[in-house]
Design a protein around this ligand. Structure first.
Ligand SMILES: Cc1ncc(C[n+]2csc(CCOP(=O)(O)OP(=O)(O)O)c2C)c(N)n1
Length: 308
């Protein structure tokens, strides 16, 4: 969680300074969900993510240096600097990619879940999506197929109450549990700002799915601290809501719990310090990376393979 927070706060500053091209959407406040899934999943499990996917990528194991090289559009980045924030992918560790299209993570994870099933492994696929995807037909179709075929697919909804500038209830007429139950998929709702609670819910779901029981939904109630995108003035949110966000901080909450269990404050501080240093090294490394050459702009776009 500390690493995701440090990376995103640093990215926010780099973006403001013009060092990160394109748009970025930060998940500050939502770190407990990505972290918990990172704890529970194995390397051979696969993850498809959203436009707010930095935490998902890092928790799945994307290397910090590779991550900054990619976000800062360098040739040495995991996607040669062409994917950027909304398309971070690393197939070698099961990170199928972030995705700019709302809901599009879901059919990608569905296809991957089918591949796990056909190959008869006990790996599972995870689809992260926001509450905004609840109104997308592709989620409904994917739920239907996943349930019919008993696919090893975990649907993880990060419900932060907002889809861009509209509250959830103005986006979709039913709660997610009703939608899941229409497709006979078990649904569990969990407080998404408590990392241990999300770990518990995710462990139980993953164990069930690995045993062949078919898909499951976990709905994590969480809070988006920043605007929809960096630079969003958030005029659509009340000052009370914005002022109260700190109460939901997953990091403060977990730190308090660790201290209560006898962990000394200096140990927590040492972790924070070590992470800050690693992040700074990764930024320095990325600054030294090569910018992609224009002559390579269309390589990997077309293939010479004959269609058949
Ligand atoms: C199919 C589609 N429709 C609309 C958009 C524009 N759009 C980008 S993000 C977003 C809201 C997403 O909200 P949510 O899924 O709740 O995720 P959050 O931003 O809260 O993490 C919308 C409507 C899009 N990218 N794709």
């Amino acid at each position: 969680m500390c690493c995701i927070r440090a990376v995103e706060l640093r990215l926010g500053r780099l973006f403001a300074d013009g060092e990160v091209p394109g748009f970025i959407h930060l998940s500050v406040g939502q770190e407990a969900v990505a972290t918990a899934l990172g704890v529970v999943l194995r390397k051979d499990d696969t993850v498809a993510s959203t436009h707010r996917g930095h935490g998902h990528a890092l928790a799945k194991g994307v290397d910090l240096n590779d991550f900054f090289l990619e976000l800062m559009a360098k040739e040495e980045g995991i996607c040669k600097g062409r994917g950027g924030s909304m398309h971070v992918a690393d197939l070698s560790i099961g990170m199928l990619g972030a995705n700019a299209i709302v809901g599009a993570s879901v059919p990608i994870a569905l296809g991957s879940a089918l591949a796990h099933q056909v190959r008869k492994t006990d790996a599972i696929a995870v689809a992260f999506f926001g509450d905004g995807a609840m109104a997308e037909g592709v989620l409904h179709e994917s739920m239907n197929m996943a349930s019919l075929w008993k696919l090893p697919l975990l649907f993880v909804c990060e419900n932060n109450g907002w889809a861009e500038f509209s509250p959830t209830q103005k986006q979709f007429v039913a709660p997610l549990d009703k939608l899941a139950s229409a497709f006979s998929i078990p649904h569990v709702k969990v407080g998404g700002n408590d990392v241990m609670d999300v770990i518990d819910a995710a462990s139980a779901a993953v164990e069930r799915i690995r045993s062949g029981a078919g898909p499951q939904v976990i709905e994590c109630i969480t809070h988006r601290w920043r605007g929809h995108y960096e630079g969003d003035p958030q005029k659509y949110r009340s000052s009370d809501e914005l002022a109260g966000l700190g109460e939901h901080d997953p990091l403060t909450r977990h730190e308090a719990s660790l201290l209560k269990q006898g962990v000394v404050a200096s140990a927590v501080e040492a972790i924070r310090h070590e992470i800050d240093e690693l992040v700074e090294q990764a930024v320095a490394n990325a600054r030294n990376g090569r910018s992609p050459d224009w002559s390579a702009a269309i390589s990997d776009v077309y293939t010479n393979m004959e269609a058949n």
